[in-house]
Design a protein around this ligand. Structure first.
Ligand code: CP
Ligand code: NVA
Length: 314
């Protein structure tokens, strides 16, 4: 195969605004085509490795099923059972895997590990979540927002992120920059999103001629006011298990409950990347109530990632 530099997907900025919109539009088409004879099989004869150093349910199933439905063969590696788990270097793993497979999905801790894998891989590398970003989640979330609002143009749509300024929040920030969302993040002191990510977002927005509307506040009510989308995530992410009790105290007051949803727009939707903890970051009556779109959101992982694979592996 050629030595051209492969297209990677480490953050949403790797797609950019135009390709992000294209992938989202294609995800919508693939959703309609699912199970019909017109569904494409562009991965016929190709394999995709899914390398997981952290737990996963949705990412694993959506990629395995997605690769299969596109005509390809998924190969899932739970890192603890591999030589990677015994200390084989990431760069060696990249060289070796890219002789076998045609793309690699990688879920790990440090973003630098995803970058190292990409640097040494001859085939596209997809970030399947790291400590700093979860770009695949945002493809599904943005698709869900488009579906719920009935429009592909998300400029100025008010979105409230409540809680931890974590990997998923960082991907919301980059998505907001590319698509012009009016994103308000309510986070307690010490748990704001990284300044470096806000800077990446500001730069990316300027490059596509968008006036970025991304604000970090402390008060969840301020963020939720008039929002069309309210979203949150766990208070302790994978790798932060030992901080869970301390975090639960800090995030008290950051639960998305009925009272907070009342401040949002009347037709506001609730999103959560899942897994969720009812009674912690979200009240049961919100996640299980009429505003919740979490099952559509989870399903859209499949459609959005199929569109992504098609785009990167073309
Ligand atoms: N939302 C998400 O990525 O879920 P998993 O951890 O189950 O893959
Ligand atoms: N922020 C969470 C998302 C899980 C899909 C984590 O990193 O554990």
């Amino acid at each position: 195969e050629g030595s051209a530099v492969p297209k990677h997907f480490l953050t949403l900025l790797d797609l950019g605004r135009d390709d992000l919109l294209r992938v989202l539009a294609r995800a919508k088409e693939l959703k309609k085509l699912r199970g019909t004879p017109a569904h494409p099989r562009p991965l016929e004869g190709k394999s995709v490795a899914i390398v997981l150093e952290k737990a996963s349910t949705r990412t694993r199933v959506s990629f395995e099923v997605g690769v299969f439905e596109l005509g390809g063969q998924p190969v899932t590696l739970l890192a603890k059972d591999t030589q990677l788990g015994r200390g084989e270097p990431i760069d060696d793993t990249a060289h070796m895997l890219s002789r076998f497979v045609h793309a690699i999905v990688y879920r790990t801790f440090g973003h630098d590990k995803v970058q190292t894998l990409a640097k040494h891989s001859r085939v596209p590398v997809i970030n399947g979540l790291c400590d700093r970003f979860h770009p695949c989640q945002l493809l599904a979330d943005l698709q869900t927002v488009q579906e719920s609002l009935g429009t592909e143009d998300l400029r100025d749509v008010p979105v409230a992120w409540i809680g931890d300024g974590n990997n998923v929040s960082h991907s919301w920030i980059l998505g907001a920059a590319l698509l012009g969302l009016d994103l308000r993040l309510a986070c307690p002191d010490g748990f704001f999103p990284e300044a470096a990510v806000l800077e990446m977002a500001a730069r990316a927005a300027r490059e596509v001629g968008i006036d970025p509307k991304i604000r970090v506040v402390r008060d969840p009510r301020e963020a939720a006011e008039g929002a069309r989308v309210v979203t949150t995530d766990v208070w302790a992410s994978m790798g932060q298990e030992s901080e869970a009790a301390a975090r639960a105290r800090v995030f008290e007051g950051y639960q998305v409950d009925g009272a907070l949803m009342q401040r949002a727009a009347r037709d506001a939707i609730f999103l959560h990347c899942l897994p969720a903890h009812r009674g912690e970051e979200v009240a049961a009556d919100v996640i299980d109530g009429p505003a919740s779109r979490v099952w559509d959101e989870a399903e859209n992982r499949l459609h959005a990632q199929k569109a992504l694979l098609e785009h990167l592996m073309r």
